[in-house]
Ligand binder design. Structure first.
Ligand code: ATP
Ligand code: MG
Length: 183
């Protein structure tokens, strides 16, 4: 599974529609302080369902919407789309047979969030579901930031188990069992 590209519009500093392609050989994004490198990672986590403003380095969930600059007025909504290569079939569920999977999230100033899977409106859950067991989710190990490694080293056995279960592909079954038990 590979992230092919990301399209941002109105998300944090990316006010104008911007496409960031991730070519096969790409290993790093470099640039001066404040140019938006971390905003790209925030965007990935946000689309995958992140629901904590703090984890997105903001105070409110609407802080991800472009808030204006010296020469630009604030705008009304933020949108980010991730396009994944699924030729290896790692993304499961109703997207399993798709060679390309697009995931999009839009938010407006009223805090209304809309999610899309390959262009069709869906629930946040539909998105978190198809990535369970792939290592990619708002909090899983595909995104390792400053402090993640020390947190892992210092974590309690129960916390560490969550990562191991995700890597082993067990978490999606646990999640399903939890659902059936609460029904
Ligand atoms: P560093 O090298 O210091 O880590 P970086 O390239 O990771 O920098 P980011 O943190 O991605 O930089 O971007 C910070 C910039 O994004 C700041 O200039 C900040 O003003 C801008 N920014 C963040 N949120 C918004 C928003 N809602 N509207 C407009 N600009 C925003
Ligand atoms: Mg940064």
């Amino acid at each position: 599974m590979r992230l092919k590209h990301i399209k941002l519009a109105g998300f944090k500093s990316f006010v104008d529609p911007t496409k960031v392609p991730f070519e096969q050989q790409m290993t790093a994004i470099v640039g001066p302080n404040g140019c938006g490198k971390s905003n790209i990672i925030d965007a990935v986590r946000w689309v995958l369902g992140e629901s904590s403003a703090k984890n997105l380095r903001g105070e409110a969930m609407t802080d991800v919407i472009f808030n204006g600059a010296a020469s630009r007025k604030p705008i009304g909504q933020a949108s980010v789309e991730l396009v994944f290569d699924n030729t290896q079939g790692r993304i499961q569920g109703n997207m399993a047979d798709r060679t390309e999977v697009s995931v999009r999230r839009v938010v407006n100033r009223e805090s209304t969030n809309t999610y899309y899977l390959n262009g069709t409106k869906c629930r946040r859950r539909d998105i978190t579901d198809i990535f369970l067991g792939t290592g990619l989710g708002p909090r899983s190990y595909a995104i390792i930031e400053q402090g993640t490694i020390s947190r892992l080293i210092e974590s309690k056995p129960q916390e560490l188990r969550v990562f191991i279960e995700e890597a082993a592909g067990i978490s999606k079954y646990k999640e399903r069992r939890k659902e059936t038990e609460t029904r």
